[in-house]
Design a protein around this ligand. Sequence first.
Ligand SMILES: Nc1ncnc2c1ncn2[C@@H]1O[C@H](COP(=O)(O)OP(=O)(O)OP(=O)(O)O)[C@@H](O)[C@H]1O
Ligand SMILES: [Mg+2]
Length: 460
Amino acid sequence: MTQKILVIDDDASLRRVIEYNLQDAGYQVLSAANGEEGVVLFAEEAPALVISDMKMPGMDGMQVLKAIKARSPEALVIMITAFGTVDVAVDAMKAGAYDYITKPFNRDELRLTVAKALQFSGLTVENRRLKDELADKADYRTIVGSSKGMDRVFEIVRKVADTEASVLITGESGTGKELVARSIHHHSGRCNAPFVAINCAAIPRDLLESELFGHVRGAFTGAIKDKTGKFQLADGGTLFLDEVGELPLELQPKLLRALQEKVIEPVGGTKEQRLDVRIVAATNLDMDKALADATFREDLYYRLAVIPIHLPSLRERREDIALLLRYFCGKYGAGSVVFDNDATAALNSYRWPGNVRELENLVERLLIMRSGETITIDDLPDKVLQGGMVSCSSINSGKVVNLPDGGYSLEQLEREVVTEALERTGWNQTAAAKFLCIPRHTLIYRMEKYGIVPTSNTTT
Ligand SMILES: Nc1ncnc2c1ncn2[C@@H]1O[C@H](COP(=O)(O)OP(=O)(O)OP(=O)(O)O)[C@@H](O)[C@H]1O
Ligand SMILES: [Mg+2]
């Protein structure tokens, strides 16, 4: 089998030299001219090895390394460093790079480093591949995102995956809670044991207990034989308690006991069973409210949320929208399809109440309905255009401002409008100016006038 190598370097001539040399040595080579593109290609193509330059404009080699490692801790990465920058190379190795190669290097050095790395990881990679083939269809390896918010999520996932700690994932519907739960299991020492999911909100209350803990024959009318519960099925592995916020109050003590003492008792049974199950739970309910309303026990909450992970909504990480659009086009076999500027702008400023799931469904639909390789604003559904960014010529005269009765300062209003436009466009001045239908210099003038600067967790 030909092995795939991804080369990420902004220097086109060096990239071509590496490409040529590795192809000549029998590898299949993919290349990316910058870090961002590289990370997307990595997610799409799952290459056996990545060779990345350290110094690149935009996302540099270290950021690429971290992004790749956060998604795939076992990824094999070789860094290209400039002569005399050993410190940087050492940092990269600490961050998980397998090796580095110093510029200038010759053909043999390159091939040897590559061969050594692939040989070393051959066994692990092969194991992983076989296991992936057997694993269920959900593509839990690919969690797309390069926003600060998702980076934080990847960081926590990486740190907690291989521990026993219970994890509670919160976030709006469609933000990827189940994907993250699967990823935690997949990156844990339990990955060869089952990942069992149960949706606490979807099962009728009186059946839920036996679904979770099993029952013995004769436990209740209709219990004609013993039933194995999800807990038993997940023994040695991970139990994903989805919508845990909806767990009926009367079942909560039993779950607490299972968590604390690691023993369960099937319904109608008299014998306790000792089990080894790691719990990952998720909910899109406001848990603070559930605690305040006493619909959820505080002691159970703290047991479940040893490690809380909050998934940001898509509108809080608009910079991921473009990545996700590309990723899903690829996933649905239409990697060459592009979105024109107006369509991109509209999608960037849409609210996405259904988050990534909504975006994925929309892409799937657009790809089926499209007439060519370019998606334009005309292809987008009305709901995306209403309240989204449309080209200025097509704005209709719907009213968007409701002034308070006591009056309002025009300057304050202008400041708020400019700030929101910048936030919505990820502080991209060109896009924000377009959003406001003003020239960029006018926007910059307003920003200076009101002293509007990016908040600390955004970039220009
Ligand atoms: N960051 C992401 N990268 C790639 N795909 C994603 C991402 N986030 C979500 N998805 C996809 O979006 C869909 C919804 O994700 P998931 O089921 O994990 O969401 P959820 O938070 O559990 O939603 P709900 O609360 O409605 O159950 C899935 O098809 C998932 O693969
Ligand atoms: Mg879910």
